[in-house]
Design a protein around this ligand. Structure first.
Ligand SMILES: Cc1cc2nc3c(=O)[nH]c(=O)nc-3n(C[C@H](O)[C@H](O)[C@H](O)COP(=O)(O)OP(=O)(O)OC[C@H]3O[C@@H](n4cnc5c(N)ncnc54)[C@H](O)[C@@H]3O)c2cc1C
Length: 489
């Protein structure tokens, strides 16, 4: 195969939310960059397994400060210009203001088209329909990857390899240490689906007239009455963003056997295609079909989950059509191509971000980006859906004063293995501080790509780049890409 003699500066494995950001960042440092993806489409959880009704969410902290920009902001602005996104909405959002639960919606399908152009403009080489199955090594140094595709098995060389597969599959093959919870402690995994044809006026009237039936949003300390008053002021359903509850319907359906045991009822608003306000709003379900006790690295488990999730989608869609006002004529327009995994390996690096860092609003000398997402927020596969399960000895909660915390570069540098970085869901954290949320994976992906590119330029390893004199250059480069490294709170 022609691949056999190929050599790149940087290889990014996996073209999801982190991998696309990583490849663009690496290429923009001037590095000869290859992005390898097992599918024909790019975007991962962003659009292929999603689409995410939540994207982009949490770019702002609860105190209203934008803490994530960089590649996420760039894609949002680009799509907004073409009317395939909705402006950031916290400031004038009566319902969610002060919660930090902000949505900066983009049309996921356009995102999935536009990303090809962005990669081309950056000069990234793409290799699709190709599975990375291993790395090549010289001692503890990674020297490239082994791939399998329609042409067979071959090797491609690289100065730095980045694992952005979401599961750390490549990192494990490279010999990295990782943490993985036992099967029964994993968050449930889901097949997402989307419904169109909703009568939103009918639905909103129902919600406003039955507020006790819903989980209401509002900043900490806000009374229930104030939350209801704010709900009743909402005109555009996308201001609500996410609807969870339907308590009385759920009670009834559990008794009649028309709902399953694994989730509550709820969905996200997905405005598209042209901006939302004057366009179509779809209902996106990402936790109505979910299965507990599945292990991310056991394909037999995953197969079981795929089968069970399809059964649950049928149950959920039928229940919404029959019992939820506004959904009578709704129909499924998309089912995610595969069940995606909430919980998996975390690859241990030179620093392990902890829940305690999150609640302290920690600052680090090697900050490569920020987050305001709380520690310890996990899904449970029962009729409550959202829970908080902090393991013994771990700490959960939010950063002080509705602020943010730093993500250190050292979380992207795995222990023991050289010339290798991780970006995305599996960077080095404890379970409570898990940086698995979409916007966070864009931050760590972009930083991993930039770091890899700078290592090549400077002739240093990713671990050597941790030195203050080098990390400053990484931070300077990230600032040129619009990444936020400093925050007021
Ligand atoms: C059901 C569900 C609901 C979620 N809800 C939310 C939410 O409400 N808010 C939020 O912020 N986040 C949410 N998340 C989390 C977030 O979307 C993901 O954790 C995040 O997008 C993962 O990014 P990633 O780049 O690490 O992986 P992905 O986006 O999954 O990308 C991994 C890519 O690598 C490719 N790949 C994998 N293995 C290989 C290989 N060996 N060779 C080549 N390519 C490979 C895959 O095909 C994929 O394209 C949710 C996640 C799930 C699963």
């Amino acid at each position: 195969m022609a691949n056999e003699k190929l050599m790149f500066d940087v290889i990014v494995c996996g073209g999801g939310t982190s991998g696309t950001a990583a490849a663009v960042a690496a290429a923009r440092t001037g590095a000869k960059t290859l992005l390898i993806e097992r599918l024909g489409a790019l975007g991962g959880q962003m659009n292929v397994f999603g689409p995410p009704g939540f994207s982009y969410a949490h770019l702002f902290s609860p105190c209203g400060e934008q803490v994530i920009a960089g590649f996420a902001q760039e894609m949002h602005s680009r799509l907004l210009k073409e009317n395939h996104a909705v402006p950031h909405s916290d400031a004038d959002n009566v319902y969610r203001k002060g919660t930090g639960y902000t949505f900066s919606f983009v049309d996921p399908e356009w995102w999935g088209l536009e990303i090809f152009q962005v990669l081309e403009e950056a000069g990234v080489t793409l290799l699709l329909h190709t599975l990375v199955v291993d790395v090549t090594k010289d001692g503890d140094k990674v020297t490239g990857v082994v791939v399998e595709n329609a042409a067979g098995r071959s090797e491609i060389g690289a100065k730095i390899v980045i694992d952005c597969t979401g599961e750390g599959d490549i990192a494990v093959r490279a010999g990295c240490d990782y943490e993985l919870l036992p099967r029964e402690q994993n968050e449930p995994h889901s097949v997402c689906f989307t419904m169109d044809g909703v009568d939103w006026d009918e639905f909103m009237t129902y919600m406003k007239e039955n507020p006790d039936d819903f989980e209401l949003r509002g900043p900490i300390g806000m009374s229930k009455e104030e939350k209801i008053e704010n709900l009743r002021k909402v005109n555009d359903p996308t201001e609500i963003g996410e609807v969870m509850g339907f308590f009385s319907i759920l009670d009834k359906l559990l008794k009649t056997g028309e709902w399953h045991a694994y989730s509550g009822m709820g969905f996200f608003m997905a405005p598209r295609p042209d901006g939302g306000k004057n366009g179509v709003i779809q209902a996106h379900f990402q936790h109505s079909a979910q299965v507990p006790n599945l292990w991310s690295c056991d394909p037999w488990d995953l197969t079981k989950g795929e089968i069970e999730c399809r059964k649950q989608i049928i149950i959920a869609a039928k229940a919404f059509k029959k019992y939820v006002p506004g959904f009578k004529n709704a129909y499924i327009v998309k089912v995610g191509t595969e069940m995606r995994l909430r919980d998996g390996r975390r690859i241990m690096g030179d620093y392990k971000l902890r829940g305690a860092d999150v609640v302290a609003g920690a600052r680090f000398y090697d900050c490569i980006g920020k987050s305001a997402f709380p520690a310890g927020a996990v899904h449970t596969a029962d009729n409550h859906t959202l829970g908080s399960v902090v393991q013994e000895g771990e700490v959960g909660g939010m950063a002080p004063n509705g602020g943010s915390y730093d993500i250190p570069y050292r979380c992207l540098v795995p222990l023991k293995v050289e010339n290798f970085l991780v970006g995305g869901k599996h960077v080095s954290t404890d379970r409570a501080a898990y940086l698995r949320f979409l916007q966070e994976t864009v931050v760590t992906g972009q930083a991993a790509g930039a770091a890899a590119g700078l290592c090549v330029k400077k002739g240093v390893t990713p671990r050597e780049l941790e030195k203050e004199e080098h990390v400053k250059d990484l931070q300077d480069f990230l600032r040129t890409q619009g990444v936020i490294l400093e925050g007021v709170n």
